[in-house]
Design a protein around this ligand. Structure first.
Ligand code: FES
Length: 143
């Protein structure tokens, strides 16, 4: 699992070739690596955006107003759940319980958790991501 997490952190996706290499290095069957990768929703084989928004869809967050937050996310990002923006910056996904049930709606953006998210807060979170992305892009251009 740590190998897969590190691979995803550095490359955003886990390719078939990478799974084969991991299996060879660990001396296990590739099907075992594929099984782990496909079981955990946070490990993905297809490419995703720079910022992956995962909104909890479990009952406590549902009761806390998750639907309004979901609509705001779709509206602001211009994509539906399970989609990635054309510029590759944002992906939107559903998540199961994030362990913050008493502070819902809970939203995970990459590895940062946001609690008691409101539609108004969605604007701020997305703006913060855009500023971060812009800063990274400028650094990369000067490197
Ligand atoms: S139900 Fe949403 S964090 Fe647990």
């Amino acid at each position: 699992m740590p190998v897969l997490q590190e691979l995803q952190r550095n490359h955003a996706t886990i390719s078939d070739f990478a799974m084969q290499v991991i299996a060879d290095e660990l001396g296990i069957h590739p099907a075992e690596v594929y099984g782990v990768t496909s079981f955990y929703a946070f490990l993905r084989q297809e490419s995703r955006g720079r910022f992956v928004f995962r909104l909890c869809q479990t009952v406590s967050c549902d009761l806390a107003g998750k639907s309004r937050v979901a609509c705001q996310l779709e509206n602001d990002l211009g994509i539906g759940f399970g989609e990635t923006t054309a510029d590759g910056r944002f992906s939107l996904e559903w998540a199961s319980c994030l362990g913050m049930c008493d502070q819902g709606p809970a939203l995970l953006v990459n590895d940062r958790i946001f609690t008691r998210v409101t539609p108004e807060r969605v604007h701020e979170i997305i703006d913060e991501c855009k500023r971060t992305f812009g800063a990274h892009a400028r650094q990369a251009a000067h490197a």
